[in-house]
Design a protein around this ligand. Sequence first.
Ligand code: DAT
Ligand code: MG
Length: 164
Amino acid sequence: MKEQILVIVKPDGMIKGHAGHVLTRFEETDLRLIGARVVKVTEELAQAHYHHLCDKPFFGELIHFLMGDLHNHQDLVLAMAFTGDDAVKKGREIAGATNPELADPHSIRGSMGRVTTKGVFENVIHVSSDPVEGEREIKLWFTPEEIAMDLFSTTTSGHRKVWA
Ligand code: DAT
Ligand code: MG
């Protein structure tokens, strides 16, 4: 079953120069890259992305982290959309467990992530947790024109294509 996922190289991954390695790891699976952009993360975008965690005690730190506030204001991240069979399972295997200290040492999070003394999981990448989230997140981070295939239905607003 073809699925779509959003992958983000987070500020810790960007500042340490891991974007190329992350892309290589995903290219080595049979997932197809269908969109990529460097995005400046605003507070609104970070909060919308992680809206399901807004009640968690670490939510504030998580938003600051995604905005680059913990990494010399590195607020540019690399957002990528991939499609392919079992994309969620494959992508989350490459990523490793959420807590980098518990992640497989060969995974991206296990080999490159860390937990700060404040308890922030600097886990290098985001990967969508399921196909429904994959669709929601791709629509949040990309416009229809930025995705190189017809994935989800669209409509027009003025002269622009928007997600339906
Ligand atoms: P994942 O990113 O593996 O899908 P998630 O969606 O549950 O995990 O959480 C989103 C991010 O929030 C995660 O990448 C790091 C942070 N996070 C999750 N649980 C945490 C915890 N117990 N302490 C600190 N940060 C946490
Ligand atoms: Mg998640």
